[in-house]
Design a binder for this molecule. Structure first.
Ligand SMILES: [Zn+2]
Ligand SMILES: [Zn+2]
Length: 359
């Protein structure tokens, strides 16, 4: 057991360092000395909530969104670091290895886990690091060995933290979009996931068109490989501009990273015949469209995408190393763990860009 100071969310928009005890790793667990831990939009839900980030209490219903009453957990679900200790049954990882963690631990046995998608594990055992178990805003983190993905030497720990969530999510969406060199791709929303889409897809030789309400984000995205930033982020003017750029054909695929109805509508509207629209951004706004005109006669495929498979995340580490591509380039600001409370205050206050804790 080791005493650490980890960043907790006790509720009501507070992030503070609290004392935690990290157990020695269990037989199949690996203890990571965390070196980088990303801050993600999805962390703000528990940061904002009244009950904060807690484990399940004995009587808590295991329902998504229901408040929990157990002990406070350490936050952060985008961890990367160095193997510090291993359980007695761990064979594939050794002290000193550089690793990131796929941030959701599945049961390993249900159909979706066997498909490589712990994010949609159907068991009650499903637990996210920084969600239902302690997360990466801590000097030490215990992770089941099956969650670990090695980080190639040429990638940084911040690269690793980016892959653990946003870049992995972007890569899976690009794969589902089925784009290849010379394809045209629309990405709506140029936050960390949209930027990673632009960076990775443009490196593949894809022509990337992007839209965002914020012109600063468009210019930042151009530095990462975006070819065209739309003058209007959504609506008829945006569709017309895309048609102009694509000889009236539309884009081969589109990826929505906003979750907003207007951007999803643009993704559908701007897609070419036999196109694909991939929805990544989470949002609850209803969307109405004409399936006969916009889906059937266009033979459009609409697909949702949540995080990535574990294999895709591992594959991405190789792709980035081979292409000398670094999602760290998307990071706008880094903070130490001690500065975590200030980082969350800044992020919750509307700071755009990607903030990462690193030490
Ligand atoms: Zn995340
Ligand atoms: Zn499962």
């Amino acid at each position: 057991m080791t005493n650490v100071s980890g960043l907790a969310f006790p509720g009501n928009r507070v992030a503070e360092l609290r004392d935690f005890v990290i157990d020695d790793p269990g037989p199949t667990e690996v203890q990571i000395m965390v070196k980088a831990s990303g801050i993600c939009g999805s962390d703000l839900h528990t940061y904002d909530s009244r009950s904060g980030l807690r484990a399940y209490g004995p009587d808590d219903p295991r329902v998504l969104g229901e408040p929990r009453t157990g002990r406070l957990l350490i936050g952060g679900h985008e961890p990367a670091g160095i193997v510090h200790a291993v359980g007695e049954e761990v064979r594939d990882f050794a002290i000193g290895d550089r690793v990131l963690a796929y941030h959701i631990l599945g049961c390993g046995n249900c159909l979706n886990c066997r498909r490589g998608y712990p994010v949609v594990c159907t068991s009650n055992e499903r637990a996210a690091y920084g969600g239902e178990r302690d997360g990466g805003h801590s000097p030490l983190l215990n992770v089941e060995q099956r969650s670990l993905i090695p980080i190639p030497d040429s990638l940084s720990f911040v690269d690793g933290a980016m892959i653990a969530c946003g870049a992995g999510t972007a890569y899976s969406a690009i794969r589902k979009a089925g784009v290849t060199a010379g394809s045209r791709l629309l990405v709506t929303g140029l936050g960390p996931v949209g930027l990673a889409v632009a960076q990775i897809a443009s490196d593949m030789g894809v022509e990337v068109v992007g839209s965002d309400l914020n012109p600063e984000r468009l210019s930042g995205a151009r530095k990462l490989g975006l070819h065209h930033g739309l003058a209007q982020s959504t609506g008829d003017a945006a569709t017309a501009e895309i048609m102009d750029l694509t000889d009236g054909l539309g884009v081969d695929a589109s990826i929505d990273c906003t979750g907003a109805a207007s951007a999803r509508a643009l993704c559908i509207e701007a897609a070419a015949t036999f196109g694909r629209a991939i929805f990544v951004g989470v949002g609850r706004q209803p969307l109405s469209f004409d399936p006969t005109v916009q889906v059937i006669s266009k033979m459009l495929t609409i697909q949702g995408s949540w995080v990535s498979s574990q294999a895709e995340m591992q594959e991405l580490t190789s792709v980035l190393a081979q292409r000398d591509l670094h999602p760290e380039a998307l990071v706008s600001e880094t903070f130490t763990l001690d500065e975590g409370p200030a980082a969350y205050a800044k992020f919750a206050g509307g700071a755009t860009g990607k903030l990462v804790l690193t030490w």
